[in-house]
Every structure is written in structure tokens, then in C-alpha cells.
Ligand binder design. Structure first.
Ligand SMILES: [Zn+2]
Ligand SMILES: [Zn+2]
Length: 172
């Protein structure tokens, strides 16, 4: 997704519409595996402060629930807005977001690589109330119950040898 900005820079046009739907397997070399095509919609315009990028990025990636490890589809949709500047830009000129480009073309994948981290949920869950895996036996507690917790909580079934240990801790 490399876009030539020639015409914009030469001011032959004042706006370049972008509309892509591309099959991209991964973002950042496999860090995010996509299960839908990557959609990019928006424009780059000539403003009195330079080229301004305004796009919406949309895709779905596959991850694992952080509690039960089930495969989860994670839809992502976000806006990328900011000025395109060359690397000798003056920071004081911009309060807005900026993206450095080489001066003649823009790689949209590069822009996505730079912005994606802010859009990914910190914790991916299959559902808000996912019960996760039992930490003792690994049973998926969304599907079935195990008896690990009951045993641990029920004083009557504690092995007498351990009961003694328990008393020791109690007096501590
Ligand atoms: Zn889960
Ligand atoms: Zn268990």
C-alpha cells in the first residue's frame, strides 16, 4: 500500500482519496494475524500547513482469550489523523499528530505499524465473564466444573496431616 504523493506535492491536486480493501495476512510480521481484508478509507489533503492524512483503518485479527485461551476474533476500527512531514520538520510547528514520510510517497502499512498498539485492547477476552481455566487442573471452567476449588475450600476433606500444618499457621 504505497501511495505516490507526487501530484499532491506539486499541488496538481489538493486532495487524494484513498479507498483500499486488501488481503494482508499479518501486521508487523505476524504479530497480528488478520482474518479479514484490511480496509483503509479516507484522504490526504493539501493544507496551508502541509499534507494532512485522515484515514479510517478497519480489520479483524485473531488472538487467544487471555483467561481460557479460546480463539477470539478481535475487530479493530480506528482513525489515523495527522500531518505528513519530512524528517527535518520543526516540532514547534505542530501540535497535532505527525507522521514522518520520505517526501514523495507514503506506505500505509508503515502508518498502521506505528499506530496499531494504541488500538489493541490490553486484554483480549472471549467474553467479559469468561471463567478461565482452573489453575490447578486446567479444566476450562466455561465448559465444565472441576472439584479443585471445592476440595481446597472444604475443611472436612483436608488430609489430617495437612490439618495439623494448618493449625500451626493459625497460631502464627
Ligand atoms: Zn475465555
Ligand atoms: Zn481444577
Amino acid at each position: 500500500m504505497i501511495i505516490s504523493l507526487d501530484k499532491l506535492i506539486r499541488k496538481e491536486i489538493d486532495k487524494l482519496d484513498l479507498s483500499f480493501l486488501e488481503n494482508v495476512d499479518t501486521i508487523r510480521n505476524g504479530e497480528y494475524n488478520l482474518s479479514t481484508p484490511l480496509k483503509v478509507e479516507g484522504k490526504i489533503s493539501n493544507t496551508n500547513k502541509g499534507l494532512y492524512l485522515d484515514i479510517e483503518v478497519e480489520f479483524t485479527f485473531v488472538d487467544n482469550c487471555s483467561r481460557c485461551l479460546k480463539e477470539v476474533q478481535v475487530p479493530i476500527k480506528y482513525l489515523v489523523q495527522g500531518f505528513l512531514v519530512k524528517d527535518d520538520f520543526d516540532e514547534e510547528d505542530f501540535e497535532e499528530d505527525i507522521f514522518v514520510f520520505n517526501g514523495f510517497e507514503l506506505d500505509i502499512m508503515d502508518i498502521i505499524d506505528q499506530t496499531i498498539d494504541f488500538e489493541i485492547p490490553l486484554k483480549v477476552l472471549c467474553s467479559e465473564d469468561c471463567k478461565g481455566l482452573c489453575q490447578y487442573c486446567g479444566t476450562n471452567l466455561n465448559i465444565e466444573k472441576c472439584s479443585c476449588n471445592e476440595v481446597a475450600n472444604d475443611e472436612d476433606v483436608i488430609d489430617p496431616r495437612f490439618a495439623k500444618l494448618k493449625d500451626i499457621f493459625k497460631n502464627d
